[in-house]
Design a protein around this ligand. Structure first.
Ligand SMILES: NC(=O)c1ccc[n+]([C@@H]2O[C@H](COP(=O)([O-])OP(=O)(O)OC[C@H]3O[C@@H](n4cnc5c(N)ncnc54)[C@H](OP(=O)(O)O)[C@@H]3O)[C@@H](O)[C@H]2O)c1
Length: 178
């Protein structure tokens, strides 16, 4: 568990990266509900070399740290430990730790990589949302909150046709805080 984290240094901005179904669903009990290798390639490119903050349940669905990134897992379990990741017991500590690690890596921002609980708790602090709108509406328990146009300005919208191995077409929409 993280200790001796400095709260004095400036915090890096938070950026949400998320894939959302048409119904707001982002995942189920067994994790992701679709296969979108084309979007995973994009996810890898935009997260590489950056600290990634995620909830313990999302980490459990991935099972290991993603190479080239620093994984910070948020959990209330003080005994949590997993090889290659650091854990924090509250959001402020997690963001301070991710900022510290991010600065050491030369990263400009912290990626919030889910899941639903983490997105909700960090939305008010986020500066940018990178949302993959998936053209599917599967059932699932985890959801992403509605993006309020009064708070968020759409800066780009890029449609992607369904790739050979993708389950669906999708559109990448980037929002910045107004
Ligand atoms: N489509 C996407 O882009 C995407 C991305 C990521 C995840 N997902 C999906 O989202 C689902 C998981 O989301 P979820 O909402 O169920 O869980 P989650 O946000 O991944 O994790 C929740 C857990 O994080 C810890 N936590 C949350 N807030 C905390 C806080 N303030 N302080 C300390 N610990 C805190 C707790 O862990 P403890 O219980 O250990 O205390 C909590 O149970 C999965 O289905 C996953 O596949 C989808």
């Amino acid at each position: 568990m993280a200790k001796n984290v400095s709260f004095a240094a400036p915090l890096l901005p938070l950026v949400h990266v998320v894939a959302v179904g048409r119904n707001g669903v982002i995942g189920g009990e067994d994790g992701l509900l679709w296969r979108l290798p084309s979007d995973l390639k994009r996810f890898k490119a935009i997260t590489m070399g950056k600290p990634m903050l995620m909830g313990r349940k999302t980490f459990a669905t991935i099972g290991k740290p993603l190479p080239g990134r620093e994984t910070i897992v948020l959990t209330r379990d003080a005994g949590f430990a997993a090889p290659g990741v650091v854990a924090a017991c509250d959001l402020d500590t997690a963001v301070a730790l991710a900022s510290e690690r991010g600065r050491a890596m030369g990263a400009p921002e912290i990626i919030v990589a889910g899941g639903g609980e983490l997105y909700r708790q960090t939305l008010a602090r986020a500066v940018r949302l990178d949302v993959t709108e998936v053209d599917l509406a599967p059932e699932g328990e985890a959801t992403y909150p509605a993006v309020d146009p009064a708070q968020w300005r759409e800066v780009s919208r890029t449609p992607h046709p369904r790739g050979e191995k993708d389950d669906a077409s999708f559109t990448v929409v980037v929002y910045e805080r107004r």
